[in-house]
Design a protein around this ligand. Structure first.
Ligand code: LLP
Length: 420
């Protein structure tokens, strides 16, 4: 368990705040993030890159709350964004625009124009048609666009198929064996400035050999580009480093990963861009929920929580398992086998199946662990359940960093047209 999220005298604390202090002021469900953990993870990543010309562009999609981005800005991080919305968030949080890469397979013209006008480190381009759009926008604005191509190495990252991105069947990137000719073509375009190359093979990867193969492919391609006089400044190797969610998960070793990068890509005279998301924020967040009801059917015991799949959807989307622990540790040795489900009217609104757990009662508070990445960002108002609030702890204090909207605020965005 994250050392900043732990029990003190049987009470769950995030840093120096008892989570029960937050539940007395804020209705569950809500997220709690530990700012110190984010800093620690970022610093550990930075330290592992010692000696390498590199920049860490935190992948904003993992957790885009401004308080998280501000923490990243404070420790000197850049950002990997996939929409102009994320770009503006990053700027608002104080991240330097020259440290922002703009990724994504479907950028829109207005997004490209806004980012180019204001400045950025590079566009990570995923198709020839995108390249041509960017060139046209560059001509219109009379500004060269710094670009890298995301190449697809056709490598199986060995992760869940819904978060695998580096195989030939995936929509991402341009095929690596077409890359040379695409670079040559890009070189002929008026407002395209080739600055780099990019790859991202998937997420929650624990098998370093998939990274090794990818880096070797990249090194080879970079050599070929050099031979036709295309010299790159940046090698963006994406994110994807996994974390340990349960005892069954392997934890990839950060140091080994960094050593691999240094060995294969460290001597090519380029700056290496990293886009970690989950590694930086994954273990820094919990989702606090209350047991609403218990019920027993013919063959199951259910715990019904006030958090649902609209608040946290990793289980429904990827079959992910997250540990669930009580806010107050009890000495009760009694255990039961439960399915833990939310209140949403869908069978996929199930967090845990057939779990042996200490008995709980309605009114008890529980916390899902390791939900800092791809938790709140994927939440929705399905079933007209207001967007789940987020809080951040730093040492002895906490703040609500995204408030729960009121029903009026939700309804105010909608209109009943008066047709007659
Ligand atoms: N760079 C690019 C281009 C990406 O698409 C992603 C994640 C990252 C970096 C960051 O990857 P990370 O270091 O976090 O693995 N919602 C899914 C994960 C989707 C990942 C999407 N792309 C989940 O909850 O497992």
């Amino acid at each position: 368990m994250n050392k900043h999220i732990s029990y003190k005298l049987d009470q769950l604390f995030v840093e120096d705040v008892a989570v029960s202090d937050i539940t007395s002021n804020l209705r569950t469900p809500f997220y709690v993030y530990s700012r110190t953990s984010i800093k620690d993870n970022f610093d550990r990543f930075t330290r592992s890159l010692k000696g390498l010309d590199s920049i860490i562009c935190y992948s904003v999609k993992a957790n885009s709350n401004l308080s998280v981005l501000e923490t990243i800005a404070r420790v000197g991080g850049g950002a990997d964004v996939v929409s102009i919305g994320e770009y503006h968030r990053a700027l608002r949080a104080g991240i330097d625009q020259k440290r922002i890469v703009f990724s994504g397979v479907g950028k829109q013209d207005f997004e490209i124009a806004e980012a180019l006008k204001s400045s950025l480190l590079q566009f990570n381009i995923e198709s020839v048609s995108e390249l041509e759009s960017i060139n046209k926008i560059g001509i219109r604005l009379n500004k060269p666009a710094p670009i890298a191509f995301r190449v697809n190495p056709d490598i199986d990252a060995g992760t869940h198929e819904n978060i695998s991105t580096g195989k030939a069947d995936n929509k991402f990137g341009i095929p690596i064996d077409k890359a040379k000719e695409v670079y040559e073509y890009a070189n002929t375009l008026e407002k395209i400035k080739i600055v780099g190359i990019d790859v991202h093979i998937g997420s929650q990867i624990s098998n370093l050999s998939a990274f090794r193969q990818t880096f070797e492919h990249l090194a080879k391609l970079i050599g070929e580009l050099k031979s036709i006089n295309i010299h790159l400044e940046n090698i963006d190797i994406g994110g994807g480093l996994g974390i340990k969610y349960t005892d069954d998960d392997l934890e990839p070793d950060l140091q080994e990963y960094s050593t691999l990068v240094k060995k294969i890509l460290g001597n090519l005279n380029c700056r290496i861009i990293f886009e970690p998301g989950r590694y930086i924020v994954g273990n820094c967040g919990i989702l606090v929920t209350k047991v609403l009801y218990k019920k027993t059917t013919q063959n199951k015991n259910f715990i019904i929580t006030d958090a649902g799949m609209n608040d946290f959807s990793r289980t429904a989307l990827y079959g992910a398992t997250h540990r669930l622990i009580p806010l107050t540790r009890v000495n009760n040795e009694e255990t039961e086998i439960y399915d833990v489900v939310g209140p949403v009217c869908e069978t996929t609104d199930t967090f845990l199946k057939n779990r042996l757990m200490k008995s709980v009662e309605p009114g008890d508070y529980l916390a899902f662990l390791d939900v800092g990445a791809y938790g709140a960002v994927l939440s929705s108002e399905y079933n007209t359940r207001p967007l789940v609030p987020e809080t951040m702890v730093y040492k002895k204090r906490y703040e609500i960093v995204r408030a729960r909207p009121t029903y009026e605020e939700i309804f105010d965005k909608e209109v009943m047209p008066t047709w007659e």
